[in-house]
Ligand binder design. Sequence first.
Ligand SMILES: [Zn+2]
Length: 233
Amino acid sequence: MTTVRQMFALQELDIILDRVQNDHRKAEHELNNGETIGNLEAQLERDSERLLETELKQRATKLEAESQKERSETLNSQLYGGEVTNPRDLESLEHEHSNVLKLVEEHEAALTEITQKIEDAQTKKNELESKLGEARAEWEVRQAQLQASLKELRVEREGFEGQRTKLTEVLDPVSLEHYEKLRKSKGGLAVARVQRGLCQGCRMSLPTHQQQRVRSGRQTVLCSSCGRMLFLS
Ligand SMILES: [Zn+2]
């Protein structure tokens, strides 16, 4: 005959097994998702691309500034070389020269700004790279930890599963099925202890005659409120 004591023992095993399985799932999930590293790598890639674009812009601006400088020198020598004497030509030359000088100034200001941007981006990139290096080293340690704990959890699970099989072999199938159904429908608790006249599954007070039936231990008594099997330890 299956006793409620056996059911209670089975439930204790099942609770441990649930915990072991849950830990196993969590460890497996963490092992399969190196999120921090993935995020850092993606960020580093984006930042590197942006840096490269800024460097290209710097090169283009530099070239443009140089060509404007050359143009300004040519205009300068035309202005003061004495070859151009016509006042109207001189005036237009002067006008062009001042425009070109303005452009040179603008380009140089832009260059200073771009250079600062590149320096900042480079600093950020270096920081990110060192962070990534640290994260990779940490992840390696964590991975080893997780693998070791997965191994332990598997051994633990096998042990408890073995115990469970032994226990269920001596239980009658109808009681076992009842237990499984209750456990599924009652939030993992099929067997509830009775303490101070209360069902510990639903906290309802049990009628005296029900308590007596539980105490006698001759049959499985279900809580009249929640339907769980009652167990008096
Ligand atoms: Zn109850």
